[in-house]
Design a protein. Structure first.
Length: 268
């Protein structure tokens, strides 16, 4: 829901670059609770702090997010008021009216330009939010439990790190999205193969593939969303958020059918 609710709000703030910051924030939103859980204790070890302390810290993080959300609403309202005042001042200073021919916004062409990044968003979201989290237990089953723990931790850890790269170098062009999609497919398909067939490989390859796959998927989603945000379509970011949620839904349905009807995964 965060994609559908927050992304149109970010679009109204007027800076498409804020989309990258949004994805970094989502990555941190998954990283901080995981790091907190890791600090609490793992593998049945003695707790470093109680469960109630864990809940209190999570509540504080949620409160900070809520305050930030209302802060964004305030900034948006302030920006609208400033624009209205400037428009009124401009009209009052104008003594003659000049008719300006308005060029209609080419919504159709802008929508066509978004087709490829929307498709990228759909596929990347389905793998990152549904497919990979579901097949990781199958892929790590032949290995020690620590491999699964390390794979899931790296899966969460790399999200904000890779998203942050978009701040320094843009991967939003069609050629960059295509190359990035091919690179992302390598570790992703590697994990998918391991979830179907038992292969004799070094155990360390699986956590590395998990981290790289999650990281490149995050970067791919961020780059595609940035491309969509620069479109002239009035509902560009809403469509981007919808494609993210729809991709997650489609990925979950496909994995459910493959695991429970066709039993293609290891011991499924």
């Amino acid at each position: 829901m965060a994609d559908v609710v927050c992304m149109p709000l970010i679009g109204r703030l007027g800076s498409p670059d804020l989309v990258t910051t949004f994805y970094v924030g989502m990555g941190l939103g998954a990283l901080l609770p995981s790091a907190l859980s890791f600090a609490q204790g793992i593998n049945g070890s003695t707790w470093n702090f109680s469960y109630s302390v864990f809940i209190y810290i999570i509540c504080v993080l949620d409160a900070v997010s809520l305050v930030a959300y209302f802060g964004i609403l305030y900034l948006e309202k302030r920006k609208v008021n400033n624009n209205d005042e400037e428009r009124t001042r401009t009209l009052s200073q104008t003594t003659t009216e000049t008719k300006v021919e308005q060029v209609p916004v080419e919504v159709d062409s802008s929508l066509r330009s978004m087709l490829f990044p929307m498709l990228v968003t759909l596929i990347a979201s389905s793998f990152q939010n549904a497919v990979l989290p579901a097949i990781l237990p199958y892929a790590t089953q032949p290995f020690e439990p620590t491999i699964y723990s390390l794979s899931t931790n790296l899966f969460v850890l790399t999200n904000p790190i890779f998203c942050f790269v978009q701040h320094f170098y843009s991967f939003s062009s069609t050629i960059h999205l295509s190359i990035l999609s091919i690179i992302t497919a390598i570790p992703t398909l590697f994990i998918l193969v391991l979830s179907i067939a038992q292969l004799s490989i070094p155990a360390a390859l699986l956590p590395i593939a998990s981290g790289l796959s999650a990281g490149f998927l995050s970067l791919l989603r961020t780059a595609a969303a940035s491309r969509i945000a620069h479109s002239s379509h009035p509902k560009a970011l809403f469509i981007c958020g919808f494609m993210t949620q729809f991709g997650s839904f489609v990925g979950a349905i496909i994995i459910f059918i493959l695991a429970n009807a066709f039993h293609i995964f290891i011991s499924s």
